[in-house]
Design a protein around this ligand. Structure first.
Ligand code: PLP
Length: 387
């Protein structure tokens, strides 16, 4: 092994070094970060449920009842009643026969793709898909074919050359670093025509989009049968932790038999499942949280446009402002931080070279006053053309 320092030094020089901030006490949109009081616009807790007293209380009661951990994998003896009921409720919410809990979204994606594909098959992926989907494709040993972002014509050309083996098209529903939506109705049509399956990772749409909050498919009017594999995470809008795959009886039974990231890992703590049952009910029934969020998004976009900020096409809570170089994105993020506003700089390789950005995320937990503070801080950055 060669020494590790030179590579770390290079990252530092190129503004690509990543470090962690330590948050303490007081959860929510106003936190103590590295000892300073900060207003956060970088969390994925879109509905403000992570700190909801009923959710927190359900986790505490769940721990008292089931213990702090599950004790084993689901297939050994770790599958509790709390997990089981949550799976049924999630399946019903997204309108599918079954759902299967995974410990994280990363593992759900690895499990689903590797259970469905192998050598000789083909997986088609948007270039901006989440890292966990790309990794899932690589791990499956299927051929990985990537198409330019949201380019259905390019996808169709690739599908037209598909010769043998299974074909699985995989996409984010809401793109995690851009906030835009995949053209799912068009993709579903291509998949039907070319006998491919469509798998959607709706980590950022679930709970947020559609009148019911069931996600991007609901918003775009896509039928469950057109997306046989749906993956959603619980650590974002639902404010807890974990993920699930939803689909047919046969799909879920196949995953139970074959998905290694399901079989060979400890089940989520049942208390987390108990808390998630409560946050699912709140997300479903309290549609005012989605309306409030939509209103904040519209207000942010209107006022940011007035300030001349270079917004991307996004109507979701993810509102990036592209800086260009990693150095510039980091500089913007630091200057916002000096004003008590925390927005993370997203740099390569998370986003393509030359498209480093501030990734602003809005939450139903933000107030008008919070939004005003964000806009005031953004106005103080002099935003010349990206370099
Ligand atoms: C966050 C995210 C994941 C990973 O989910 P975790 O539960 O955090 O592991 C997967 N896909 C997308 C699109 C995400 O944004």
């Amino acid at each position: 092994m060669k020494p590790l320092h030179p590579e770390l030094e290079r990252r530092r020089r190129e503004s690509l070094y990543r470090h962690r901030r330590v948050s303490s006490a007081q959860p929510g949109v106003e936190q103590q970060i590295d000892g300073e009081s900060m207003l956060l616009f970088c969390s994925n807790d879109y509905l403000g449920l992570a700190t909801h007293p009923e959710v927190v209380d359900a986790m505490a009661r769940g721990a008292a009842r089931f213990g702090a951990g599950s004790g084993s994998a689901h297939l050994v003896c770790g599958h509790s009643e709390a997990h089981h009921l949550l799976e049924q409720e999630l399946a019903e919410f997204v309108g599918r026969p079954r759902a299967l809990l995974f410990s994280t979204g990363y593992m759900a994606n690895l499990g689903a793709v590797t259970a469905l594909l192998g050598r000789g098959d083909c997986v088609y992926q948007d270039r901006l898909n989440h890292a966990s989907l790309i990794d899932a494709g690589l791990l499956s040993r299927a051929r990985l074919k990537r198409y330019p972002h949201n380019d259905s014509a390019a996808l169709e050309r690739l599908l037209a050359t598909h010769a043998q083996g299974e074909a699985l098209v995989v996409s984010d529903g809401v793109f995690s670093m851009d906030g835009d939506l995949a053209p799912l109705p068009e993709m579903a049509r291509l998949c039907r025509r070319h006998d491919a399956w469509l798998m959607v990772d709706d980590a950022h749409g679930f709970g947020v989009l559609g009148e019911k909050g069931s996600g991007t498919l609901e918003l775009l009017g896509v039928e469950a049968r057109d997306v046989p594999v749906l993956v959603c995470t619980l650590g974002k809008a639902l404010g807890t932790f974990g993920a699930f795959v939803a689909g047919s009886e046969a799909l879920i039974e196949t995953l139970i038999q074959r998905a290694r990231s399901y079989i060979y890992t400890t089940a989520l703590p049942p208390a987390v499942a108990a808390a998630t049952r409560v946050s699912l009910r709140l997300a479903r029934d309290e549609s005012w949280r989605r309306h409030r969020l939509a209103q904040l998004i519209a207000q942010f976009r209107e006022e940011a446009a007035r300030l001349g900020l270079p917004l991307l096409e996004s109507d979701t809570p993810i509102q990036p402002i592209v800086a260009g170089s990693a150095e510039r994105a980091l500089d913007w993020s630091r200057r916002l931080q000096q004003q008590g506003v925390l927005v993370s700089a997203i740099r390569p390789p998370t986003v393509p070279e030359g498209s480093a950005r501030l990734r602003i995320t809005l939450s139903a937990a933000h107030s008008e006053e919070h939004l005003a503070r964000l806009l005031q801080a953004l106005a103080s950055l002099s935003l010349e053309a990206p370099r």
